[in-house]
Design a protein around this ligand. Structure first.
Ligand code: FAD
Length: 397
């Protein structure tokens, strides 16, 4: 069976338009660091300016309707844009942004006024957004969160603490879940908000990790207008579900895990230098290659399901689970085949493939973002009726 996508003449012409535009607009700021944490403030600034241009062009969120700041393009256009951006990913500095998680609940549950006011700055790349979900006592069990937003007249007053927010540089915008009715039952006590991160009472400290640095954020009597609550009070869990459905793998993905390309580059160079893999190593590399392509096909299937508005069940978590487990397997294969050189980082001239193999060793153990391996299994069990607790997929766009 041939799963490959066939492109129409119109799509090929659009691809050329995207390529030509990227050639002209990708910022020329020298070789970027492998580890996103080492991006300099100048590179971050250039990256944000590029994002702004992409947003102005309508290609940052191409399928978002024009009246909400997108381009109203088809998913076929979005596929071409995604492919071209991922092809050039190593030239474009990464800007951590979770706007893609905040826009869907706004589209589903926001009022018309909110869609026109809150979505365009995200869709046009004028702001980046943090996803304010996790707290010290509320990670996998997100509904246990304790940050409160208590209504006082036309505002809510927010108090609490969020963990694991954003990237090395602060975002301007925050998609935040809080308890708005401490007396209501679990899941019915929450509301979602979109707010600026520079409001009085918000303070943050960096949260150092061994990859993908984040921030802890404290909220001390932060006043937010009622108009910034997404949908009705008490609809927070529905917003969370719409977001998590996509974050747990439902948004799908295009392309192979990038470590595969880097590892194949390493193997080609090693072969030229006389390194011959033994039979067991060859088997493991071929397994890794096949499993990476299985991941790619799961990603494509989910992308297609989303684009064609098909109701998913276990598929999002299947992609996420497969990717996380294979990430761990890949790092073991790379380490066993390459040896200790796979642990040499980009700052050392002995690093292999500019340090990409080392970065993957650190990245692969981070299986917590977007739900852990165990939680993906729990979701799948519930959705294929293997668990006493049944669960339906949430509404997505
Ligand atoms: C790099 C990184 C980036 C992140 N980015 C964000 C972000 O931008 N915004 C945000 O809000 N959060 C973010 N997170 C937080 C992430 O969503 C949480 O780490 C995740 O939900 C797990 O929560 P926890 O860390 O509290 O672990 P816990 O929930 O305490 O889990 C600890 C362990 O117990 C297991 N476990 C828990 N419950 C069960 C169960 N019912 N059955 C079986 N096993 C279970 C888990 O699988 C895990 O192994 C990020 C985390 C990381 C590491």
């Amino acid at each position: 069976m041939d799963f490959e996508i066939v492109y129409t003449k119109g799509q090929q012409a659009f691809r050329k338009e995207v390529r030509d535009w990227l050639d002209k607009n990708i910022p020329q700021i020298g070789e970027l660091p492998v580890d996103g944490q080492h991006i300099t403030p100048e590179q971050d600034k250039a990256a944000r300016a590029f994002r702004g241009k992409l947003g102005e062009k309508g290609w940052l969120f191409p399928t978002v309707p024009v009246e909400y700041g997108g381009k109203g393009l088809t998913w076929e256009h979005a596929v071409v844009i995604d492919e071209e951006l991922s092809e050039r990913a190593e030239e474009i500095p990464h800007v951590p942004d979770n706007s893609s998680l905040a826009i869907p609940p706004l589209l589903i549950y926001g009022t018309e006024e909110q869609k026109r006011r809150l979505i365009p700055p995200m869709a046009r790349g004028q702001v980046t957004t943090w996803q304010g979900f996790t707290e010290a006592e509320a990670g996998s069990d997100l509904a246990a969160l304790r940050t409160t937003a208590i209504r006082q007249g036309d505002s809510y007053v927010i108090n609490g603490h969020k963990l694991w927010q954003g990237g090395p540089y602060p975002a301007e915008n925050w998609y935040l879940i809080c308890v708005t009715n401490p007396d209501a039952p679990r899941h019915h006590n929450l509301s979602a908000f979109v707010l600026p991160t520079n409001l009085p009472g918000i303070s943050m400290i960096p949260q150092q990790l061994f990859v993908y640095n984040r921030h802890q954020v404290f909220l001390d009597n932060v006043k937010v207008p009622v108009e910034n609550r997404i949908g009705e009070e008490g609809m927070g869990w529905q917003c969370v579900q719409a977001t998590l459905e996509l974050e747990h793998g439902g948004s799908g993905r295009i392309g192979l895990p990038k470590v595969m390309d880097h590892f194949l580059s390493y193997l080609r160079e090693a072969k030229k230098a006389g390194r011959i893999l033994d039979a067991l190593e060859r088997d493991r590399v071929v397994d890794m290659y096949i499993n990476a392509h299985v991941e790619r096909l799961f990603g494509l299937r989910n992308y297609w399901q989303r684009a064609t508005k098909q109701w998913g069940t276990y598929e999002g978590s299947q992609l996420s689970l497969w990717g996380k487990v294979q990430g761990l397997n890949r790092s073991k294969t790379v380490l066993d085949v390459v040896g200790p050189d796979a642990l040499v980082n980009e700052e050392d001239s002995a690093a292999k493939v500019r340090g990409w193999l080392e970065e993957h060793q650190r990245q692969s153990v981070l299986t917590h973002p977007g739900a852990t391996i165990e939680i993906q299994k729990v979701i799948m069990a519930r959705r294929i009726a293997m668990s006493a607790t049944q669960e339906r997929a949430a509404v997505t766009v």
